[in-house]
Design a protein around this ligand. Sequence first.
Ligand code: SD4
Length: 326
Amino acid sequence: MTSRRSFIRKGSMAFAGLSMAKYSSASFSSQNENNYPIVISTWNHGLPANEAAWKILSEDGHSLDAVEAGVRIPEADPKINSVGFGGTPDASGKVTLDACIMDEKGRAGSVSYLKHIKHPISVARLVMEKTQHVMLSGKGALEFALGNGFKKEKLLTSERKSAWKKWKKEKRGFSNEINVENHDTIGMLAIDKEGRISGACTTSGMGYKLPGRVGDSPIIGAGLFVDGEVGGAVATGTGELVMKTMGTFLVVELMRNGMSPSRACEEAVKRISKKIPDYENHQIGYIALNKSGVYGSFCIQPGFNYAVKTKNKTELEDAESWLKTL
Ligand code: SD4
């Protein structure tokens, strides 16, 4: 039986063969037609997020607008406890958000440790478009957002507040339980009809983290990396492992050197397994999309899934894992 992964590998090899041969413009455009537009994103909450992105992609919009619109869906959803409004607070009961965005031209924007703003991804985009900087953090990021018309809002829902109070009483550690809620950071990659790739990543980070902690999600090259000539990758899971190995930059560089997206994600997970002694206690999931519209994924533990949307397909796929049992 042909597994999904071997199918993807074959797909990418087929394209590699195509690019070596002298292809006609007709064969190139049929590759475009098959694979663009496409959007992929992490976890179950990727399904509704992809729909919002698809609305823009299917109307020939830019992938940058698509990924921003896509991840705003879980950011605004109070039932999703790992992103934006309704996100899990830090140990002191405050919700602090991390997000970043990157486009095919290599432009990037990011916010970290941002409080009170429901849509950190849109603030990250403004940092990219309106400033000379890549990242704004904490109070400065909040002031920048408020100065640009964002509204200050209460992000801690009563449900999350009760859960935090219970956690405090029980004196448990960080909320690092693997796949426990089966939804987590949303990372999204999209290629539009013109072949332009963009990515976005947004999260409330590790539940009950130390106040001040910033994870991988707003770090370009860790939680997200896009190179318009190669492709992009995003990460979910315990950010510290991704930061120590520059995970998504590594995935994109491996793709640049000829690996398929799924093989590149696998290598980046293997790198973690070599470098980080207690990696078995953590989950990391990578998804990647190359410039040709071929996608792939890999994770440490079974249980990580991601949503895919193309003209012909709307589905959740399970990522292959390095460890075979949880
Ligand atoms: C972080 N990678 O802050 C993010 C959140 C996440 O499982 O995906 N946690 O580490």
